[in-house]
Design a protein around this ligand. Structure first.
Ligand SMILES: Nc1ncnc2c1ncn2[C@@H]1O[C@H](COP(=O)(O)OP(=O)(O)OP(=O)(O)O)[C@@H](O)[C@H]1O
Length: 247
């Protein structure tokens, strides 16, 4: 459903994505992992058209997204930190988003209801706590019933009840056959919510397979120690590279 073909991206002299190739298939939920600064958000933003790769191409349903906007209607995005007009009320924000998609008449209000956003629709965005802003972001991501959900650190900042509510919703959508991409540092969330693991290290794909294969390859029964092993391997690779560079 989404193919990322040989994309590279530099910010100044820093190569953040290096000849990056991946594909994401419908009905699967992908854990996108890697240390801070490894390029996860840059990858996600490239798929969303918010970052323009220097080379390579990204295809959604077989069509290049370059210069296109319309594919975005199939993609729901929950950012790590949602930025909204500070003086806008919650209710106005939802109305504005709906007005931007006049062709869509049916909304997925599961999270609007579960988070009781209707009750606080008169509150302005600038006055909300971080967690409430995250609830708004989550509800907006699912609102138009998109085929693809891109969730950047979705449970960060949510209280335990809200986090469980969001996780149940993610599971429900995955069971309905959606494609889900999740970045998170919370391994227990990823284990619960995903079946495919992608590990990015210094802008390169270091691992890309099912979570079952990851466990087999690392000879670990549990997800967390399997990821820890992957991290150790990347560190070894790094020290080996340094030795080679210095030789
Ligand atoms: N707009 C930008 N301008 C300059 N550098 C950037 C920009 N966006 C990202 N970077 C740099 O690119 C690198 C990768 O950033 P990215 O946000 O993709 O990492 P990440 O894997 O999502 O990290 P984290 O786990 O901390 O969220 C970082 O070194 C970051 O500083």
């Amino acid at each position: 459903m989404i193919s990322v073909n040989s994309i590279s991206k530099k910010f100044g002299r820093q190569e953040v994505l290096k000849d990056f190739t991946l594909s994401f298939d419908k009905g699967n939920s992908y854990a996108i992992m890697g240390p801070n600064g490894s390029g996860k958000t840059t990858l996600i933003k490239s798929i969303l058209g918010m970052v323009l790769p220097d080379s390579g191409e990204i295809l959604v349903k077989g069509r290049s997204i370059k210069g296109k906007e319309d594919y975005r209607k199939d993609v729901g995005y929950m950012p790590q930190i949602g930025r909204y007009p500070q003086n806008m009320k919650i209710g106005q924000l939802f109305s504005m988003m709906k007005d931007m998609r006049p062709e869509i008449r049916e909304y997925d209000l599961d999270l609007v209801e579960a988070f009781e956003l209707e009750k606080i629709k008169e509150k302005t965005m600038g006055t909300l706590s971080g967690g409430t802003t995250q609830k708004v972001s989550a509800a907006l991501a699912f609102l138009f019933n998109p085929e693809v959900l891109v969730l950047d650190e979705p449970t960060a900042g949510l209280d335990p009840i809200a986090a469980e509510t969001l996780k149940s919703k993610i599971r429900k959508e995955r069971e309905a056959g959606k494609l889900i991409l999740i970045t998170s540092h919370i391994l227990s969330d990823l284990e619960e919510l995903t079946n495919q693991a992608i590990y990015i290290f210094e802008g390169e794909v270091f691992f890309n397979d099912s979570i079952e294969s990851l466990k087999e390859m690392t000879s670990e029964e549990k997800f967390s120690p399997a990821i820890a092993k992957l991290m150790q391997w990347t560190l070894k690779k790094k020290s080996t590279t340094k030795v080679l560079t210095h030789a």
